[in-house]
Design a protein around this ligand. Structure first.
Ligand SMILES: Cc1cc2nc3c(=O)[nH]c(=O)nc-3n(C[C@H](O)[C@H](O)[C@H](O)COP(=O)(O)OP(=O)(O)OC[C@H]3O[C@@H](n4cnc5c(N)ncnc54)[C@H](O)[C@@H]3O)c2cc1C
Length: 466
């Protein structure tokens, strides 16, 4: 007899409630045997693209080491693989941590059904969140649409302490031959961060020691290594948010960090309650916004994707994304605003591009981060609030360190000059382009398009998330 531990977005062995549950069950069975299983689902694998494929392979190597080389990797459709592995292992149960995207929920329901036909159980324990989506509700049981009351109730609700490692570790077993790691598409010109649970714990230790106390002051400066950069590890479940929350105190920096973790939980909750918003408008009034398409729009979009718009903070950020598979939160907001309100291109196109390049791509945070900027999401930044890309650079990268790091053509400029290179003698001498649009003009155009929307879409909400 054995148990299967099917790992998906929980690629770690510590603070892993599903693993603990599998270990307890296996000990009670008497055999103490658990099969740690990872499935390379061809549908998801193709969606990962080269960036996340390469990261995942590195993470799985590390996970395999944690299981003493006994991680069973199978390639195929989970609804075929799980029942087959369960039968081969004579498993009584398959243990998982719950996932909440539409695809994952449908897949898991189907697998559970097939397992049940063979008298096997699918046991869900825990999730990738401190509080599972759907659990924090208003008094009348309905879902929150605004962050601050969600946050207050989330704090009141609280969360469990990190799961303790099992008292006795099971024997990790591979009942059938491992398919081996998948072959990722080649990555050109990118350097990815170290992957795996230990790398995440190391980064957390570094962040606690060096940046957490100052997080409130530094988190908006893209040129400073002042945020945790744990979004990637959280995405893959190499670390659990509870591990982080358990070590936070009451200092202001800790408080702000807790609030950011809560944004991740809020967006997961919003998506859970409105599955359509995975790629559709939260506020349907904005569906009628006039966006540009066609050859000219395609050219603008390409300039944006390549970091060649002529606005240094926008271009530095897009180049950071393509060099590292990650972008600072401040500049995610700046580039998103620029695409939607200066280039008048629909947010969905930007969200898709982020999906291709982000190591931390998360369906809920990405869709709702974009919708926040485009004015059509929960707590949305009012559409009429258009980020000025030059002023954003001057304010959040005042000495230009971030820009110089990613734009070699501007390294000859010092300090304040760098934010408006077109105004500096010789500023564009090294191949950096002049601005492709005039921000002041496009801002007015954007506001004109807003005023053409149905009444109600223009209702301002307080900007609470910048
Ligand atoms: C247009 C846009 C798209 C985004 N797409 C994603 C995405 O696909 N995946 C993703 O994880 N985050 C996304 N974010 C949110 C945010 O930018 C990143 O979580 C953050 O930059 C990650 O860096 P960090 O780990 O250093 O964050 P820290 O500042 O260290 O924050 C700690 C953690 O809190 C969470 N967090 C912080 N800010 C946010 C936020 N605004 N929304 C949700 N969670 C947050 C993340 O899990 C993060 O790791 C997006 C934001 C915008 C504006």
């Amino acid at each position: 007899m054995a148990r299967i531990l099917w790992l998906r977005r929980d690629l770690r062995i510590h603070d892993n409630p599903a693993l603990v549950e599998a270990a307890l069950g296996a000990a009670a069975d008497g055999d103490n045997i658990v099969v740690p299983l990872v499935i390379i689902d061809p549908i998801l694998w193709a969606e990962f693209g080269p960036v996340r494929q390469n990261y995942l392979v590195a993470s799985l190597k590390s996970l395999d080491e944690s299981f003493g080389g006994n991680l069973l990797i199978q390639h195929g459709d989970p609804s075929e693989v799980v029942p087959r592995v369960a039968a081969a292992a004579n498993a009584v149960a398959v243990h998982v941590s719950t996932q909440y995207t539409p695809y994952a929920m449908k897949r898991d329901a189907r697998v559970a059904e097939l397992l049940a036909e063979a008298q096997r159980e699918m046991i869900h324990t825990g999730s990738g969140y401190a509080v599972a989506p759907g659990r924090i509700t208003k008094d009348d049981g309905s879902a929150y649409k605004v962050y601050t009351p969600f946050y207050k109730n989330w704090m009141k609700h609280g969360w469990r302490s990190p799961a303790q490692d099992p008292e006795v570790w099971p024997t990790w077993t591979m009942p059938i031959e491992c398919d081996g790691l998948p072959e990722p598409l080649p990555l050109e010109g990118m350097s990815l961060p170290p992957a795996g649970e230990q790398a995440a714990l190391d980064r957390w230790a570094w962040f606690k020691e060096n940046a957490l106390d100052l997080y409130g002051e530094q988190r908006n400066d893209p040129g400073v290594d002042g945020t945790s950069k744990l979004s990637v590890a959280l995405k893959w479940g190499e670390i659990h948010p509870r591990t982080l929350l358990a070590e936070l105190g009451d200092l202001p920096g800790h408080e702000v960090f807790r609030k950011e973790i809560a944004w991740r939980e809020f967006y997961a909750d919003v998506l859970y309650n409105r599955l359509d918003t995975i790629n559709d408008y939260f506020n349907p009034l904005y569906e009628e916004m006039q966006y540009d398409t066609g050859v000219e729009a395609d050219k603008s979009f390409e300039a944006w994707t390549k970091g060649m718009t002529g606005y240094p903070i926008v271009d530095a950020a897009m180049r950071q994304l393509r060099a590292e598979g990650w972008m600072h939160n401040r500049t995610r907001m700046v580039v998103a605003s620029f695409l939607v309100k200066d280039l008048h291109i629909e947010w969905k196109r930007g969200a898709d591009f982020f999906e291709t390049w982000l190591l931390d791509f998360d369906a809920a945070s990405n869709s709702h981060g974009w919708q926040w900027t485009a004015g059509c999401g929960t707590d949305a930044s009012p559409y009429y609030r258009v980020f000025n890309p030059t002023a954003q650079g001057q304010r959040f990268d005042s000495n230009g360190d971030y820009i110089r790091k990613y734009i070699p053509e501007l390294r000859h400029l010092v300090g304040a000059e760098i934010h408006e290179p077109w105004t500096v003698l010789g500023g564009l001498d090294h191949g950096y382009p002049a601005p492709i649009v005039d921000h002041a003009t496009e801002r007015l155009e954007s506001l004109a398009r807003l005023s053409a929307l149905p009444k109600g879409a223009q209702k301002p909400l307080p900007p609470i998330h910048d």
